[in-house]
Unconditional design. Structure first.
Length: 129
């Protein structure tokens, strides 16, 4: 198990993501800003190429198309599958900067059984907060 948002956790997420199917044309540079963690604000990013996670790293990605800003408690609940991302957005728990239509292109992926299985695998290797 790895500490959520640690380098080790990012590496585990990247390895687990290899099971995701390719989805041609679904490309997104997605920046996350998680606020109020025990370690302060944490930045990490996903570089999604053809529906697959090409890079998952701490830090900032050059020219993000979308930035998600989330409080650590809400972000953790989303990551663990206990809070739906769409519901969190509708409740004002996620702030989105950038091209929301690009973010919407991920909905078929995040609603798929493959992604749900991936999310459960990530939760299984994540230390509780």
């Amino acid at each position: 198990m790895a500490k959520w948002l640690s380098k080790e956790w990012m590496e585990k997420v990247a390895l687990l993501s290899a099971t995701q199917p390719e989805r041609l044309g679904v490309n997104l540079r997605l920046q996350f800003k998680i606020t109020d963690t025990q370690d302060g604000d944490i930045l990490y990013f996903w570089d999604i190429v053809n529906g697959q996670l090409a890079r998952c790293e701490l830090g900032e990605i050059e020219d993000p198309e979308v930035t998600l800003i989330e409080h650590s408690g809400d972000a953790y609940e989303i990551q663990m599958g206990n809070l739906d991302m769409t519901d969190a957005f509708m409740q004002g728990k996620i702030n989105i900067e950038g091209d929301i239509t690009k973010l919407m292109s991920l909905l078929p992926i995040t609603n798929s059984e493959e992604f749900q299985a991936f999310q459960r695998e990530v939760a299984a290797v994540t230390n509780p907060m």
